[in-house]
Design a protein around this ligand. Structure first.
Ligand SMILES: *Cc1c(COP(=O)(O)O)cnc(C)c1O
Length: 792
């Protein structure tokens, strides 16, 4: 039972201990910190009991370079089931809980979908009492803060720790040493509790921070060489200083490799040390107690590193290899060639010579196996782990793991039949699909309390929040107009809340009665924000030509960060901001269309955007979006998808019905067939209105500040570049069908009840996309781990 008095005492005590202040004298950040600490105090015993319980059996470890956690306070209160109690307790002290929740900085230790997936997975594991620990890096600076100056993206360092981090505990006693060729550093873990929903179990996210062996060089300091004296300290700390926001190209090479090796080695050393304490020196049974999931290729250096550590412990090569293969599983997240990591041999030799030696041995062993199996020379060339002086991390991952999984059915099929065809032939039993999911706690129960309440009322229980298939019951109300109207009222309310927030944050006034058409995701050419932009430009001109054009008022909302080095993505942001300026300042079209690019899209902004959407834009080039998870967040909040046959869109439509969504564009097979003869000029010239829209890139309609970036976008579309054919992502091919799909939406939206039915069918059929379902499959089919509930 929640003890109000105990909580208040703890809160006041924490203010005193941490800041030396009374309630009256403390500021809002101090109050937030003390509230969080008071909650930490309440869970600490369950947390250690969970650790003790898990120790006894097999545990899984989710190794990921990114965890995009977002805010903790609101979610923790929800999961603990004490939101109301804390709200009231704070109210007694004249503190507004909403303010406490809103001032929390996002823990933005990730770029986008991949990092957010890791965060949703942790929530599901804890909720289902599964012994799974997340391991990653504790970046001092997470994903940059985005601003717009004159429509251009400007990045600022994200000081997420500036007011402290009440949710983590530094565990110095678990420090391990990490050795690079140029010196040693210490890895110090910080543990954050992952509080499951309606369970006492509390799991852990362990993030490693780099520290120097010594804080400063005493002798240099004594000689008054102050900078020199702390040089080693700074260099060590560089390793966990920043999250690399560039996930489109390889960059910051050495430091990035150091980061990968650093957290992976720390995690594995930690596991081995604890195993030996419990089970003794014989490491044979290591895979019986450990399943390690590699989230994409970033942590794949774990494979040779575990080999190295085992051999150091006296295990022979053959046995070590068996242990390694039985321990690891690898998730592939993309088929985009430029995102598949390859490391220069030279870099490994210089930085990690011992690990490199082991990779060479693994490479040779694999070559031997291929030859034994009489593989064709050509195939061997394609598959070898080291080739042309580069280490192919994905190949190393597939060879060194027992299971490889894609993240949506279509994606896994593309892996098996195209991208990893040869690998699939060699190891058909290694391949599995695990369609991604999202946690229903954060993505509806927390961010859409109004809709949550309606669902609970209709289902008769709130069990659907952790038993997602129960929402299917909503379908039986599909003909109940009174209920559909209540749904529409909630949607309108969420739109008004978002409009108020956008007015405050962006200083742009939007009409809550217009259609909220939302595209929020990282900025990337394959996601085709530019296709959306061309559509708006075309619509703008059609409206100018014909002011009585029969369309419903619509607000086009974008949110996206571009990797700082990704020039074309930044050009697209600038272009959309220019469109917004033109459209929003033109009285002729103003009451019909509005364009807003929200700044600094992140998890907590997402929590306001997803519930308020009427249209979910998922318009990536078919075959390019491995899964998508934003698409699921919209669906769960009752929003139809305007999308291509790509990633999990395919499964969303399977579940909710094609007639309740707006699907358009070329499919994978078609693009595969036309790609070598594709000529975008044909569309540019023949599709009515298309040329007029595309030409705004070069005819002076919009100003790119003299950078030439709009011209470059235009050339990439119509002439191509040295590395890709013109219009690599087939925007012009799909434009016409996209416009037609938008027109279908306009018509469908007019009949409010029939529109509400579409929304309702999406909501009612979102059950499959709970990350609880995904994690259940990982646990049963890959990790072979079982739920263990703590006693008390
Ligand atoms: C869900 C989410 C993503 C992933 O969005 P996609 O549309 O699947 O690419 C990215 N960033 C944030 C902040 C998210 O919450």
């Amino acid at each position: 039972m929640f003890d109000r008095r105990k909580f208040k005492d703890s809160f006041i005590r924490n203010l005193k201990i941490e800041f030396g202040k009374t309630l009256e004298k403390s500021n809002k950040h101090e109050k937030y910190y003390a509230v969080s600490k008071a909650i930490m105090e309440q869970i600490i015993e369950d947390w250690s009991e969970t650790e003790e319980t898990y120790k006894k059996g097999k545990q899984a470890y989710y190794l990921s370079a990114e965890f995009l956690m977002g805010r903790a306070l609101g979610n923790n209160l929800l999961n603990l089931g004490i939101h109301k109690e804390i709200e009231e307790s704070l109210k007694d002290l004249d503190i507004d809980i909403n303010l406490m929740e809103e001032i929390e900085e996002d823990a933005g230790l990730g770029n986008g979908g991949l990092g957010r997936l890791a965060a949703c997975f942790l929530d599901s594991c804890a909720t289902m009492n599964l012994p799974v620990t997340g391991h990653g890096l504790r970046y001092r600076y997470g994903i940059f803060k985005q601003k717009f100056i004159d429509g251009f993206q400007v990045e600022e360092g994200d000081q997420w720790l500036k007011h402290g981090d009440p949710w983590s505990i530094r565990r110095v006693e678990d420090t391990v040493m990490i050795e690079f060729a140029d010196g040693k550093v210490r890895a110090v873990p910080y543990d954050t509790p992952i509080i499951g929903y309606e369970t006492k179990n509390i799991n852990t996210l362990r993030l490693w921070e780099a520290e120097a062996l010594e804080d400063f060089d005493f002798h240099l300091f004594n000689e008054q060489q102050y900078d020199e004296a702390v040089k080693a300290k700074n260099r060590a700390e560089d390793i966990s200083r920043v999250l690399y926001p560039n996930d489109s190209k390889k960059a910051g090479k050495i430091l990035r490799l150091k980061q990968q090796y650093f957290f992976v080695s720390a995690s594995l050393q930690d596991m081995i040390r604890k195993y030996k304490k419990r089970a003794g020196e014989d490491l044979e049974a290591f895979p019986k107690y450990h399943a390690v999931q590699l989230n994409d290729t970033h942590p794949v250096v774990a494979i040779p590193e575990l080999m190295r550590l085992l051999i150091k412990e006296g295990v022979n090569w053959e046995k070590a290899w068996r242990i390694t293969q039985e321990t690891f599983a690898y998730t592939n997240h993309t088929i985009m060639a430029e995102a598949l990591e390859k490391w220069d041999v030279q870099l490994y030799k210089e930085l990690l010579p011992k690990v490199y030696e082991i990779i060479v041995k693994i490479h040779q062993q694999f070559l031997g196996e291929l030859k034994e199996k009489k593989c064709a020379e050509e195939t061997i060339k394609e598959m070898q782990i080291i080739s042309e002086d580069r280490i192919h991390m994905a190949w190393l991952a597939i060879y060194g793991s027992h299971t490889i999984n894609g993240v949506a059915e279509l994606h896994t099929e593309i892996l098996k039949n195209q991208e990893l065809k040869d690998w699939y032939k060699l190891y058909p039993n290694k391949f599995q699909n695990k369609t991604n999911g999202i946690t229903f706690r954060r993505w509806i129960a927390l961010c859409n309390k109004e809709l949550t309440q309606l669902i609970t009322e209709l289902v008769g229980t709130d069990e659907w929040i952790s038993d997602s298939n129960k929402i299917k019951e909503l379908e039986k109300h599909i003909e109940d107009e009174a209920i559909l109207k209540r749904f529409l009222e909630i949607k309108t309310l969420k739109k008004s809340q978002l409009a108020a927030y956008i007015l405050e944050k962006e200083d742009v006034r939007i009409n809550p009665d217009s259609i909220f058409d939302i595209q929020i995701k990282r900025l990337h050419e394959y996601k085709r924000q530019l296709l959306n932009a061309f559509y708006i430009v075309d619509l703008y001109y059609r409206l100018k030509e014909n002011p009585s054009l029969d369309i419903l008022p619509r607000t086009y909302i974008f949110g996206a960060k571009a990797a700082p080095g990704y020039v074309r993505a930044k050009a697209i942001i600038k272009y959309i901001n220019e469109i917004a300026k033109l459209v929003n300042n033109d009285q002729d079209v103003n009451d019909k269309i509005k364009v807003v690019f929200v700044t600094n899209y992140n998890v907590s902004y997402g929590e306001k955007l997803f519930p308020a959407a009427d249209v979910s834009q998922q318009i990536s080039t078919a075959g390019k979006e491995a899964s998508g998870t934003g698409n699921m967040k919209f669906m769960l909040n009752g929003t139809p998808t305007l999308g291509t046959y790509d990633g999990a869109n395919v499964e969303i439509v399977q579940e909710a019905g094609e007639e309740n969504n707006f699907i358009f564009g070329a499919r994978v097979e078609e693009l595969e067939a036309i790609k070598d003869s594709y000529n975008p000029k044909k569309y540019y010239e023949r599709v009515p209105g298309l040329k007029r829209a595309v030409d705004t890139l070069i005819n002076g309609t919009f100003d790119d500040g003299g950078t030439g970036m709009f011209q470059e976008l235009f050339s990439a579309l119509l002439e191509g570049t040295d590395w890709h054919h013109p219009d690599h992502y087939f925007l012009l091919r799909d434009f016409q069908e996209y416009r037609e799909a938008q027109q279908r939406i306009d018509i469908a939206y007019q009949d409010r009840i029939s529109w509400a039915k579409k929304c309702w069918m999406n909501l009612a059929n979102a059950g499959k996309f709970s990350s609880d379902r995904t994690i259940k499959q990982y646990a049963e089919e890959i990790w072979k781990t079982e739920a263990k509930q703590i006693k008390s």
